[in-house]
Design a protein around this ligand. Sequence first.
Ligand SMILES: [Zn+2]
Ligand SMILES: [Zn+2]
Length: 234
Amino acid sequence: MRIAVDLHIHSCLSPCADNDMTPWNIVGMAKVKGLDAVAICDHNSVGNLRAALKAGAEYGVCVVPGMEVTSREDIHLLCYFPTLAQALQMQARVEDSQPFIQNKAALFGEQILVDEDDNRVGQTERLLLTACELTLTEIAALAQSLGGVMVPAHINKGANSLLPILGFMPEEPSLPTVEIYGMQPHSALGRLCITSSDAHQLCDILEQGYELLVEEVTPQGIIQALKLGQAQSQ
Ligand SMILES: [Zn+2]
Ligand SMILES: [Zn+2]
C-alpha cells in the first residue's frame, strides 16, 4: 500500500528546532495533515522518542524511531530502527564517540527533553550538533546490525550533505535509499529518492504528498521499504 510519510522531523531536543516542536505537537500535526507515518530524527539523540511513540499510539500515526547522526566526515545520516530499544543502543554508540562539548543554549538553542506526556523535564547538556568519530561506513553497518537502515539526509544540500562533501556516490556502503532536499522524488542515481520536510517548525511538516510503498504500516515495514530502495517502487 502507498502511505503518506514525512520521515525527517526535528523535535525541541534539536537546538535548531522551535521549542514548540514537542513530540505530541508533531504527531498531532501529522494526524491533522493526514500523514500515515512520521519519523522524529533529532541530531545525535533519541531522547524524545518515548513521547513520540506514545503520541503515535494515541493518535493512530505510525512513528518510526529515528536519529540524524553526524558522521566523522560531517555528513548527516538518517538512521531508522524498528524499536526504541535499538535506537537507544545506537544513541549510546554515537554518544561514546562524540566529544563532550557543553551546549550554550543562548548561542545554539535549547535542547529540551520531555517525558512521555510532553512535560518538559530538562535539557541535554551535551551539544548535540557535534560530529562523532564514526564514519559513514561504520554508521551504516551499525544501523544495519541493530535491525535498522541508514539513509543519507538531504544529499544535494550545501552543508553536512553527502554529495557536496564526498563529491560522488560511494559504491560502499550500498545506499538503496537517499533523501533529496527540495525536489520532487525521482529515480535519478538508480536509487529510491525520498522527500521529507526536515521540519524545524510545526508549519513545515509535510502535507500529504510524498508516498512510500510499504507492505505494512509499521516501523519494520517502512524500514524494509527503505532497504529495498528502488526495487520497492516497481
Ligand atoms: Zn541535516
Ligand atoms: Zn535534519
